[in-house]
Design a protein. Structure first.
Length: 232
């Protein structure tokens, strides 16, 4: 719920900035930067598009919509490859840059995206998935997308129930183990961050504790008076 609320607020703020033109003022006040926009597939404006039958909707953008984005950004920013953008960051940016990135290297990146880049006189970076090229094997994620596009949820559940019970139990235990491992990792990361924080800032108010006197490993925050422990 919290994540969805943050996404909704961000979407609303972006629309307000865009439709009011305030984005130009924000851009002038903000530091020069490199923004990377990531995508996967580009659907042609007409004709058959087989990949669109198997991939999630958020992995596909229409050629018309992408053309509008490329033209809009090209009028206001420098559209560069990721490599050129990183080099410009090292030199110091004179203007903000935008880089378009496309993952996996689908065929439409060549058949649809490339002509679009030539038409708009812009550029993009395509990261190829090496396994299909080196081993002639499709990744498991694309096999899953294909399977989900051909079976309903009810059919998947029915197919799963036809597996032997001992196999179902083994898979369930594996998933539980993975969930516990992921939870333990999150807990350890948070504990590590908390341990780091308590030695450099007050856990109660966030005040910087650098240089604060400590007596026998215990001190008090000069801002709020909260006690803290420090290994000395």
């Amino acid at each position: 719920m919290k994540h969805k609320l943050k996404m909704a607020v961000r979407e609303m703020l972006a629309r307000v900035l865009y439709h009011t033109g305030l984005h130009a003022l924000v851009d002038r006040l903000a530091p020069r930067r490199l923004v990377i926009l990531a995508g996967h597939c580009v659907a042609p404006e007409s004709g058959d598009y087989p990949a669109g039958r198997h991939l999630p909707a958020d992995m596909v953008i229409s050629a018309g919509k992408l053309r509008g984005m490329l033209e809009w950004f090209a009028r206001r920013y420098g559209v560069v490859t990721i490599g050129a953008g990183v080099e410009a960051l090292d030199r110091g940016l004179e203007r903000s840059l935008v880089a378009f990135s496309f993952d996996d290297g689908y065929r439409d990146n060549h058949d649809v995206l490339l002509p679009l880049l030539r038409e708009t006189r812009t550029t993009a970076t395509v990261f190829l998935e090496s396994r299909p090229l080196d081993e002639r094997r499709v990744s498991w994620t694309h096999k899953l997308f294909w399977l989900l596009s051909r079976m309903s949820l009810e059919e998947l559940v029915a197919a799963w129930q036809r597996f032997p019970l001992d196999m179902q139990l083994a898979v369930d235990l594996t998933l539980v183990g993975l969930a516990l491992a992921a939870g333990m990792r999150v807990y350890r990361v948070r504990q590590a961050r908390l341990h780091d924080r308590q030695h450099v800032e007050c856990r109660a108010c966030g005040h910087d504790l650098t240089g604060t006197p400590v007596d026998r490993g215990v001190g008090r925050c000069p801002e709020c008076g909260a006690g803290f422990a420090r290994i000395v």
